[in-house]
Design a protein around this ligand. Sequence first.
Ligand SMILES: Nc1ncnc2c1ncn2[C@@H]1O[C@H](COP(=O)(O)OP(=O)(O)OP(=O)(O)O)[C@@H](O)[C@H]1O
Ligand SMILES: [Mg+2]
Length: 316
Amino acid sequence: MIEVKNLRKEFGSKVAVDGISFEVKKGEVLGFLGPNGAGKSTTMRMVTGFLPATAGKISVGGADIEENEIQAKSRIGYLPENAPLYSDMTVEGFLRFCAEMRRVPDSELDDAVDRAIETCFLEKVRRQSVDTLSKGFRHRTCLAQSIIHDPEVLILDEPTDGLDPNQKHEVRNLIKRMGEEKAIIFSTHILEEVEASCSRAIIIDRGAIIADGTPDYLKGRAKNAGSLILRATGLPGSGIEGELKKLGEVSEVDVLKSNDDGITARVRAASGKDGDLAAAVFGMATAKNLTVEELRVEEGRLDELFREITRTDTED
Ligand SMILES: Nc1ncnc2c1ncn2[C@@H]1O[C@H](COP(=O)(O)OP(=O)(O)OP(=O)(O)O)[C@@H](O)[C@H]1O
Ligand SMILES: [Mg+2]
C-alpha cells in the first residue's frame, strides 16, 4: 500500500531526511521510532503529500503522490503532529465538515460521523465546541478526523501523545485492530506502544533508518538480550562469581549485587553457547549446593536498543 524509495528532504543546508526507503503492506502496522528531530514527522508529511520531497519516490496504493496526487491522497487518513482544528465548531460539526471535504456521499455522512465518534470515544462531547475540549479530547477529535472517510492508509504522528493511560491503551488497541485491514504508519516515543501495536518498527536517527524489524527481532538486538540473571545464595558472592567464570559456556559475569551469602549477577554466554548457558549455570549451582532464588533469560528491551544505537545530540 505504501512504497517509499530513497526519500530525501533538505531544508536549506539541513538534511532532515537522508535517503529513507520502506514499504507497508495492507494488514501491517509500522512504528516509527527515533529521537527528537530525527525526521519522523518530516517523512510522514512527505508520505501524505503535505510537504514536497527534495528527492525520492512515494506511492500509495500504486498512485504516485506527486503525479496522481488526488488519487493517492484520497486513500490516506492523516493525524498531523500539531493537528489543526476549527475551534468554534462542535465536534460533530467539525467531523461532518471533514467528511464533506473528504467527499463522503451525503447519504453516508451521518453514519461516517457516528462511526468516527464511537471509534474515538467522543460520544459525551459530540455537541461541545472544540475550543472547550480538554487536550486529550481535542486530540481524539483529530484522530476521528483522520479515519472519517475510512481510508486504506493511516499516517498517525504520535497518536497517543497527551492521552491519559486508559485512552492510550484504547488507542493502541484501536490501531492494532484497524491495522488488520489497513496499512498504518505511526510514530511514538513510547516504546511499549511498539510492542503493543506494531507488526514492524523502524528506528530513524538523523534522517536515516538505523534498525528495521519486528519488535521481537529488535528487542533481540539489544546488548542484554539472551543474557541470564542469576540470584543465588549459599556461598560468598565472590566465590559464586569465580565458579561462574570457570564455566566454558560463560564469557562475562557482571556482578549486580554481592555479599557474604550470595550474588545477583548478569551472565553472558560465550559465542555459540547461548543454548547451553542456563543448563550450565544451573548445573554449577546444584553441584555447589546453592539456593537458586532467580534464574531467568533477559529477552532484551527496546529502550536499551534505542539508547545503544541512537545518538542524542540530533539538533546540530
Ligand atoms: N520547515 C522546516 N524548516 C527547517 N527545518 C525543519 C522544518 N521542519 C523540520 N525541520 C528540521 O528537520 C529535522 C527533523 O524534524 P522532524 O520534525 O521531522 O523530527 P521528528 O523526528 O518528528 O522529531 P520529534 O520526535 O521531536 O517530533 C529537525 O532538525 C527539524 O528542526
Ligand atoms: Mg515529530
